[in-house]
Structures are given as structure tokens and as C-alpha cells.
Design a protein around this ligand. Structure first.
Ligand code: SF4
Length: 898
């Protein structure tokens, strides 16, 4: 056992003190400190420098993983850590030798390989005897996993042999080898060894630590265990979503008035790193330092490489898919890049190609055709496309990717983007790994190679490990282990993240884990709780932020803290009771008008424009949902540019469906449906083909599939229409106009217009149909409505959309003949459910006790007039309304009011 074991609340401080006891002269080079993780090393060295105030020989501070690698150099000189690609390749070979995964190519096995490698590593680290691996329970386990479990012992032995034959080791094998070295040969040459911060080690780690503890020169410092939340220093912030979490963090940091010493923003997930950096830290103008593993697949460098792979994957004999080609050419990395032209010339060139291909509505294009008109693109086309055409091996892929990345690094602004250096360095490291992998020359299909690369990137993290310890620290949760901060701000404190979700393990489900004596779900939660409690309790100020939307649930740790607070505290100034709980004010989640968008006053010019405007239901609904959105779209006329999207999007498909239905039903105007349906069915294929081809170009690949799906769905729609009883189509795509009077503001009336998808005569009733490919917003059918609600937001909560009431009004007042409201109905036709949702009906609450005329005159039109009056009122500015999450989610202008 160690001669001394002690406890400390602040590990860094205690380690520093113990190290200094060894030598007051400043030579600590004979002191070895071993910790579970690396990060505290920088703090220990920093504190020593501060305490000594002069030059000194620092102690060696290693993570346990680094210590094992150093010992391996002594015990097995020549053995090197296997790269992930080599590890999975050797495992693949070992498994195939055991007759498993027959018919699985390497790329297909890779996904399983990562799982199996992790299982083998855990079995090794937990020192599970091979004898226990026989006869493992395999009930309710997938077939592939069952086969693996039944042969785990052989696979483990074969894999180890293969590693050793190639002079490789994995981290687990390193622990095994070091744990088996004689106690007197381990960690020789040190005067003092300090083990610090170890908690719940694996069995093999325990063995290694026990070898060290057995030496007289070893001292162990354990972190004092926290057993209850110190609630007095904790503030809890509820937010609306990730963006409002980021904003909440910005507000907390602003309140610190640039005193960021010993302050950490902790992110259990890396998703919000970029928003935090760009939206918060850049504004604060303070030094900061990022320490966390960031997924490579989230970087623009991988996005670019993925575009190159997609370009190859969509290539046919007719050439490259035009949309994919444009995505590559217009990628920010490439559109400014050229050796032979200035960046602005290249940008214009790329835009000319886009304009040309869009105008020609080309689905596929050959590189030679483009180059005959734009010869400057030849070099880029070769690097970005031709070089990848013949790639068949990992080494070849590495060469091709390295070529294009070297080019953009040299000739574009790629290197100027934030963190480009780290991103590019990581990608080049991955490419280097590919080019030297054992499987580097293994021939594969191009598509398989791409998938292999994607799997590999999926598991690669960029290890941001900034050194400066001054300024604000932005950290992953794991990186905070064994560190104390004066102030911590933790985001994403919610279930599934803190603690994380226990994914179902296909190879080692809980029952098998229990049988083998491996840590269970509850053990993993206990470790997370301990780290999190240490972090929060050691701070004098802790802010916990979480989202409260859809399925997001705040963490069980927050529930415990609230419970403790409820027992101990009364609501203070920073804390208020919400539903009986203690939650800090989170204005981004609870207040509707929470954006930083300043309301825009209506100038005389704008008021004039509003009075002269013609109002469609879309415009009216835009104002109803959010006046700011209306302002951006119809006053500033900010519209998203129509782009050649990578895939046909839902709105394009929706337009196609509308046009096909208009053509079909339009061809049979005036004829009863019962007599026309067969003929319509016959016309469907040709009409769909014509319309889809016009919209998307040649009927190849996924375009052909889209057409087939549309055809299939519409065939079903025609059948379902039989259930409507016999009807006659009177018109399709009918434009109607009318004036609406009784407006409280000048000029007292406005012009309305609308285009109605279809108008039927259903046994003497006029029936207005609007096709919806998604859900149509419909007035709340459960509300009775006695009086007109006051204010736009209240009207919106009931009406949701004025589309159908406006159509009914337009038909009544703008049609070629006078028809009473009693003879008109209107409905959204939901194309997914193939169902109608009508505006008038006996079971609808607002219709109870009213005829249709009364519903229009007492319910819808007064609300419409009130809304339009507010719209024209010069004293009511355009405000942002974030009350409806779905509206904001799909709004093109969210960037203006974030
Ligand atoms: S994002 Fe929301 S608040 Fe902003 S303009 Fe759009 S709808 Fe309005």
C-alpha cells in the first residue's frame, strides 16, 4: 500500500504543495505526478511557477494513459500504438479467420468492428478471465452479435496475436503488459511519485496503481468525496432552445464585467461550441481558450470532402449531377480558389456557371462541356472530380483528398476561417493514417471506400487543448475532471446528456455485463454524478442552463438540486418560483418578446405602401404570425434567393403536385367525377412525367423516383376522392379579387386577392379546396368564440391562418356570381392523410348555434378587420413575435432577430 493516502478539496493546490515539499530548491525533475487525465498538468505547472516565482525544473506530470505508453517503451521497445484503422483491420482479419461476418466487406464490417474493439478493450481493462467468456447468455441478441459473443474468447486471442505480430498494441494491451511487469521495475528513477484524483478505476488500472502504491516513494491524494449538492451557490436557468441557452450564457458572462479569471463555460456536448464562440465570446472581446474534443464531421473541411464524395456518387453515364457539381464549385473553399485568376474573377466565374446551368435546367453535365466555355475551370475540375473518378484504394483516396486540400489551403481563403488550422491539421492526420494503413492498397469499390472514410471520420475528434490558462475557459465536461473553478457555467444540463443516455449495447447488453461483472448503467451514472458534483460544489458560483422544449427534460441532477433548494431556501432575488420550483429568470424561454430585434416604426412612406398593398392570405398570415417577418418579406422585400438545391426540396415537390392536380382536374371541368375518374387515371402518368420533367429536368435517378412516388400517391388520391360523393370541378387555379371594407384605419378598405387550387360543385354546394402537402394551419375547432379576441397574438391563437376565411370571402364577393355564404364551404386537403379538414361543420365549436353567414360576420371577418386595422396603424410598430416555435423554425429571417 502507499505509505501515505490523503484527501484534498483542491487537488491542484495539494499536489503542488506536496511536490514543493520534496524540493525547495526548484528542482522537481525527480517528481512524477500521475493523474487520470492530462488537463490538470498545465494548472500544476502554472501554480508552481506562481509559487516559486523563478525558473525551476518542473515535475513530470502525466495522465495514466501517457504513463502506460512510457512504460511500454521500456517493457516492449518497438511496439507502437495501433491506429484505429489498423486496429479494425486486424480485428476484421481475426474475426474472418474465426468464420464470422461471412460476406461482410471491410467497409461494411467497420461499424461492427468499432463496437467489437470497444468490447474487447473493456473486457481486457476489467480483467475478465477468458474462462468466463464461454457460454455467455445470448437470448434476445441480434444474430451477428450472438455469433460474436459465442466466440469472444477466440476472437480476443486471435486479435491480440495479430496485434503483436505487427508490433502494435492497443491502450488496453498496454495496461495488460504493464500490469504484468515485476513491481520493482515499474516507474524506476523517480524520488517521489504522486498519484492523484483516481476514482472508480478499471481492474487493470487498479493493478497498475497497486504496483505503484506498493513503492515507498508513492503518495496518493484522493479528491474529497462530495455527498450532497451545495445549493447556495447554484443558479438554474431554463432556456427555450440551444440558441437561447447560448444567449443566456452571453448574458451571464456580460454580467461578470470582464472578470473571467477562473471561469469555465462547460459543454457536455460540442454542438453549441461554434454558436458560443461566434455569438458570445467574439462580442465579449476577451481572451478565451477551448479544451474539448470536437467532432471532425461537423467541420467545414469534412463537409467539403463529403460534397466531393457525393459528386462522385451521383455521377452517371450522362455526366455529373448538376446540383452536386454546383455545390462543389460554389463551396466557400473553392469558389475563390485559383492559381491563375484573382479570387473575385473565380467567384464571378462560379456564379456564371451556376446561372448557365440553372437557366438550361440541366440535370447532368459533362466536365468537358463546362470547360469548353470556361477553360479556367479545368484545373479545379481535375482536382475536385477527375482525380476521384478512378480511386479504388485507401491510399488513392488519401492522395486525391490531400491534393485538393493542399490546393485550397494554398490558393483560397480556407485557412482564414476560424479554427481552420486545427480542422485541416486533423484531416491531414486522418489522410496520413489512411495512406499508411495496413489496408491501404486493398482494392475496394469507390462507394465503399467513401463509406469507410465516413465511418472513420464519424469517430474522429479534434482535440482542442488550448494551453493558456488565463481568460475564459471553454471546456468539455471530461476535461474539467480534477480541476476547481471559482465560477462555472454548464449548459445542456438535461436528461440524455447529463447523465448521458445509455445506448443499448448489441453485444454486451446489461444482462451479459452483469454476468461478466462489468460496470452497469447505474455505475456509469454514479461516475458522472461524482464529476459533476465535484465541479459544481467546488465553485463559488455555478450556473446550470438547460432547454425546455419538445422532448427536452431537465437533468435528474437539477431535480435533486431543486428539491434541496425547496427544503432549504426561500425564493431570493435571483430566483423565483415557477410551478413551485426554484428557477432563475430565463427570459429567453418564458417571455414571448425576447429577441434583440428592435421594433420598427411605420414611417409615412411605409404606411402609404401598406394602404396601397394588395393582400393575399399568405401576406395576412405572415403579419398574423410575426409582424417582423412581414416587414422583412413584404416591406424590405428580403427574399431567399432560389438556389439549385442539392436535392429537390419539399416546396418544389409541392409545386409539382399542385400543377399535376390542376392539369388533371382542369381537363375535366364541368364533368361529374364519377364519369371522369377512369380517364383521369389514364392521364396521370403522362401528366406527372411532363410536369416533373419541366420542374427538375431529365427523369433520371432520384428524379425518376420522385415522379413514381408522386404518381403512386396521386393515384391513391383519385381513388380516395370517390369517397367525397359525386362532384363536378368548376375551376382550378382560380384567381379572385375583392375589397374588404370596415377597416378602422385609413383608407377604410383594402384589396384582397387569392388563387384557389380547386372549386367544386358538390350537389349544389360550392366547395373550395386547398391542397396541403404538410399540415394546414386551421382555426381552433374546439373554441366557441363569443367575442373577438383583442390584439394580434390573441387572434392568431384562435385563427392560426386566415387562408380559408379569405377564400370564402373572395368567392362570395369576387366571383362571377352572387352566392350566399350558406352555399359555400372550404377545406384543406391533406395530401399525406388524404383527408379534408373543413371550415364549416356541425361539430365545430365556433359554428355551434351559428349559420355560415354568422360565422363569417361575427367571427372571422371582425378578426380579419381588426388585424388589418392594426397592420395599417402607424402607431403600431413591426415587432418580432417568437411565440410560435414552428413559425420561427421555418422563417428565413431568424438571423435578423436572433
Ligand atoms: S424568426 Fe420568428 S421572430 Fe424572427 S422574424 Fe421570423 S417569425 Fe419573426
Amino acid at each position: 500500500m502507499a505509505d501515505r493516502v490523503m484527501e484534498a478539496e483542491d487537488l491542484v493546490e495539494r499536489i503542488t504543495g506536496e511536490a514543493l515539499k520534496e524540493s525547495g530548491s526548484g528542482d522537481l525533475s525527480k517528481v512524477l505526478v500521475i493523474l487520470p487525465n492530462k488537463r490538470p498538468a498545465y494548472y500544476i505547472t502554472g501554480m508552481l511557477a506562481e509559487k516559486l516565482g523563478r525558473a525551476f525544473f518542473p515535475p513530470r506530470v502525466l495522465s495514466i494513459a501517457e504513463f502506460i505508453e512510457c512504460e511500454m517503451l521500456e517493457v516492449r521497445p518497438g511496439s507502437v500504438p495501433a491506429s484505429q484503422m489498423d486496429e479494425i483491420w486486424l480485428l476484421y482479419r481475426a474475426i474472418r479467420e474465426n468464420g464470422l461476418f461471412e460476406g461482410f466487406d471491410f467497409h461494411k464490417f467497420y461499424f461492427w468492428g468499432l463496437k467489437i474493439a470497444s468490447v474487447l478493450s473493456e473486457l481486457e481493462m476489467e480483467d475478465v478471465p477468458d474462462g468466463k467468456l464461454k457460454n455467455l447468455p445470448t437470448e434476445n441478441i441480434p444474430k451477428e452479435a450472438k455469433n460474436v459473443i459465442s466466440r469472444l474468447g477466440e476472437i480476443k486471442a486471435g486479435f491480440r496475436k495479430a496485434l503483436e505480430q505487427h508490433g502494435f498494441h492497443t491502450p488496453a494491451l498496454g495496461y495488460r503488459v504493464v500490469s504484468e511487469t515485476p513491481a520493482d521495475t515499474i516507474a524506476g528513477g523517480w524520488d517521489k511519485i504522486i498519484l492523484a484524483g483516481f476514482y472508480k478505476s478499471t481492474r487493470l488500472e487498479q493493478k497498475v496503481l497497486d504496483l505503484l502504491r506498493g513503492q515507498k516513494k508513492t503518495l496518493e491524494i484522493k479528491r474529497k468525496a462530495e455527498t450532497a449538492w451545495k445549493t447556495g451557490n447554484i443558479s438554474i436557468h431554463s432556456a427555450f432552445d440551444i440558441h437561447s441557452q447560448v444567449k443566456t450564457i452571453g448574458e451571464i458572462l456580460k454580467g461578470l464585467q470582464k472578470d473571467f479569471s477562473s471561469t469555465a463555460v462547460v459543454m457536455p456536448q460540442p454542438d453549441a461550441l461554434v454558436p458560443v464562440l461566434w455569438n458570445v465570446l467574439e462580442d465579449l472581446d476577451c481572451p478565451y481558450n477551448v479544451t474539448m474534443g470536437y467532432p471532425l464531421k461537423r467541420t467545414p473541411v469534412f463537409t467539403f470532402l463529403n460534397e466531393l464524395m457525393k459528386l462522385q456518387e451521383t455521377k452517371t453515364d450522362d455526366g455529373y449531377y448538376a446540383r452536386s457539381y454546383l455545390s462543389v464549385l460554389l463551396h466557400p473553399y473553392l469558389k475563390n480558389a485559383s492559381k491563375d485568376a484573382k479570387p473575385e474573377e473565380m467567384r464571378m466565374l462560379a456564379q456564371s456557371v451556376e446561372a448557365r446551368l440553372t437557366a438550361q435546367n440541366r440535370a447532368f453535365v459533362k466536365l468537358e462541356e463546362i470547360e469548353s466555355e470556361f477553360p479556367l475551370l479545368k484545373g479545379i475540375n481535375t482536382l475536385a472530380a477527375r482525380e476521384l473518378e478512378s480511386v479504388r484504394t485507401a491510399a488513392g483516396l488519401s492522395r486525391a483528398f490531400s491534393g485538393i486540400l493542399s490546393f485550397i489551403t494554398k490558393y483560397s481563403f480556407a485557412g482564414d476561417y476560424p479554427f481552420s488550422e486545427e480542422f485541416l491539421e486533423c484531416v491531414f492526420r486522418v489522410l496520413e493514417e489512411l495512406s499508411s494503413a495496413l489496408c491501404k492498397d486493398e482494392p475496394m469499390k469507390k462507394e465503399d471506400l467513401f463509406n469507410l472514410f465516413r465511418y472513420h471520420v464519424d469517430n474522429t475528434r479534434i482535440p482542442f487543448s488550448g494551453i493558456p490558462l488565463k481568460g475564459l475557459q471553454v471546456m468539455g465536461l471530461l476535461e474539467t475532471r480534477n480541476l476547481n473553478f471559482r465560477r462555472v457555467i454548464v449548459m445542456d444540463v438535461q436528461e440524455g446528456i447529463l447523465p448521458s443516455v445509455s445506448k443499448i449495447d448489441p453485444i454486451l447488453p446489461e444482462s451479459v455485463r452483469a454476468f461478466l461483472g462489468l460496470p452497469l448503467c447505474k455505475d456509469r451514472e454514479e461516475v458522472t454524478r461524482r464529476h459533476f458534483m465535484d465541479l459544481v460544489n467546488s465553485a463559488t458560483e455555478a450556473h446550470l442552463v438547460y432547454s425546455e422544449q419538445d422532448r427536452d427534460i431537465r437533468s435528474r441532477f437539477i431535480e435533486e438540486i431543486i428539491w434541496e433548494k425547496q427544503k432549504k431556501e426561500k425564493a431570493g432575488k435571483r430566483v423565483y418560483k415557477k410551478d413551485g420550483e426554484f428557477i432563475a429568470l430565463a427570459r429567453f424561454s418564458t417571455e414571448i418578446k425576447s429577441s434583440s430585434f428592435e421594433p420598427v416604426p411605420k414611417t409615412p412612406g411605409i404606411t402609404e405602401e401598406l394602404r396601397a398593398m394588395e393582400y393575399s392570405p399568405t401576406k395576412i398570415n405572415s403579419y398574423l404570425n410575426c409582424p417582423a417577418q412581414f416587414y422583412f418579406r413584404y416591406i424590405l422585400r428580403l427574399e431567399e434567393k432560389e438556389q439549385m438545391a442539392e436535392d429537390p426540396d419539399a416546396s418544389q415537390i409541392g409545386r409539382c403536385v399542385h400543377e399535376i392536380l390542376s392539369d388533371l382536374f382542369g381537363s375535366f371541368k364541368g364533368r361529374p367525377y364519377s364519369g371522369a375518374r377512369e380517364e383521369m387515371n389514364g392521364m396521370l402518368g403522362e401528366t406527372a412525367e411532363k410536369v416533373v420533367e419541366k420542374q427538375f429536368g431529365h427523369l433520371k435517378g432520384n428524379i425518376y423516383l420522385i415522379k413514381e412516388i408522386i404518381k403512386f400517391r396521386l393515384k391513391y388520391l383519385l381513388k380516395k376522392h370517390e369517397e367525397l360523393g359525386d362532384f363536378t370541378v368548376l375551376d382550378t387555379e382560380k384567381e379572385l379579387k375583392a375589397e374588404l371594407g370596415g377597416i378602422g384605419q385609413e383608407p377604410g378598405r383594402v384589396r384582397l386577392h387569392g388563387i384557389i387550387d380547386r372549386i367544386d360543385d358538390r350537389q349544389g354546394e360550392i366547395f373550395i379546396v386547398d391542397y396541403k402537402t404538410g399540415q394546414g394551419a386551421h382555426p381552433d375547432k374546439r373554441k366557441k368564440i363569443e367575442a373577438v379576441p383583442e390584439g394580434r397574438a390573441a387572434i392568431r391563437d384562435f385563427v392560426k391562418s386566415f387562408q380559408l376565411p379569405v377564400y370564402v370571402y373572395l368567392f362570395r364577393h369576387g366571383g362571377s356570381r352572387e352566392v350566399s355564404y350558406e352555399k359555400i364551404n372550404a377545406a384543406f386537403y391533406n395530401m399525406k392523410e388524404m383527408e379534408e379538414s373543413r371550415i364549416f361543420g356541425d361539430k365545430i365549436a365556433y359554428c355551434k348555434g351559428r349559420n355560415r353567414e354568422q360565422v363569417m360576420e361575427e367571427v372571422f371577418l371582425p378578426m380579419l378587420r381588426a388585424l388589418v386595422s392594426e397592420m395599417l396603424d402607424p402607431d403600431v410598430p413591426f415587432e418580432a413575435d417568437k411565440g410560435d416555435k414552428d413559425v420561427c423554425k421555418y422563417c428565413s429571417f431568424s438571423g435578423f432577430c436572433a
